[in-house]
Design a protein around this ligand. Structure first.
Ligand code: GEK
Length: 242
């Protein structure tokens, strides 16, 4: 049964910086679905992307996999292609939950869950690398290095799927999209105090950037194409092709 996220409902102490600990892992499916606009669609479309871009006998990486939702969608989309799915997270609470769950299909494309820092992960022979809402938690100074590593580890024709919360250069657009995001959370049952507490906890932890900054970084890494394939309020997903 999915456990409801009430972590920020009544907090009597000062708000601590957000961490992907056991409390978060326990409520994560509910938390992400009620907080990230378009999350279910982003996940389900990864099956389509996997069906189109997975290459026979290649590796597929899910960087910052949390509870493995992206990996499972990719696994379902592989059809008869034989690939190795490597799902990485540096939260032991998340990886333990993935390893202990029995949701894996009994097919050839088993998912290897690994406890690791994505900045230390070796990427090789990859046809798909997914970073679904993970780059925003990586220190800004390391983001280009990570994209360069991913580009080098991709096979020709391989793709990076990068999903992120973004900010807008135009203040009016920024306010409109933030308000809609805020309203979505309220409609999904978070009260005003919970929304404010979570925002404070994420303040120095989740650092969003503009679409231009992401596209420039993708270009710097060497990708020949990058396109927004999904946008919902202040959340986007990009596909970059090597
Ligand atoms: C999903 N992709 O359900 N190394 C490894 N993992 C990291 C690092 C790092 N340096 N930094 C953060 N993480 C998932 C959702 S959540 C996004 C991803 C969110 C991990 C962190 O532990 C967490 O599990 C994940 O990145 C980000 O499609 O909660 O907004």
């Amino acid at each position: 049964m999915i456990k409801k996220d009430t972590l920020y409902r009544s907090v009597n102490e000062p708000i601590k910086p957000f961490e992907f600990n056991q409390h978060v892992a326990d409520v994560f499916p509910d938390m992400i679905e009620r907080s990230v606009p378009g999350y279910p669609l982003t996940i389900s479309m990864l099956s389509v992307i996997a069906g189109e871009y997975a290459q026979e006998n290649s590796n597929i990486y899910d960087l910052g996999c949390s509870l493995g939702a992206a990996s499972l969608a990719i696994q379902q989309g592989l059809k008869n292609k034989s690939c190795k799915i490597i799902a990485i997270d540096n939260s032991s609470a998340m990886i333990d939950a993935c390893v202990n769950s029995s949701v894996q299909d009994e097919n050839d494309n088993r998912i290897c869950f690994e406890l690791d820092d994505v900045l230390e992960t070796k990427i090789e022979k990859a046809s798909i690398v997914v970073m679904n809402f993970t780059l925003q938690f990586i220190p800004q100074a390391s983001r280009q290095i990570l994209l360069d590593t991913i580009y080098k580890g991709l096979l020709p024709g391989g793709v990076l799927i990068l999903s992120e919360k973004i900010i807008f250069d135009d203040d009016a657009e920024n306010d409109t999209m933030n308000n809609l995001h805020h309203y979505m959370k309220a409609l999904n049952g978070y009260d005003q105090l919970e929304i404010a507490n979570k925002r404070d906890a994420l303040e120095q932890v989740l650092i969003p950037e503009s679409l231009d900054v992401h596209q420039q970084r993708i270009k710097n890494a060497g990708f020949i194409q990058s396109h927004v394939w999904l946008k919902c309020f202040n959340f986007i997903s990009l596909i970059a092709i090597k």
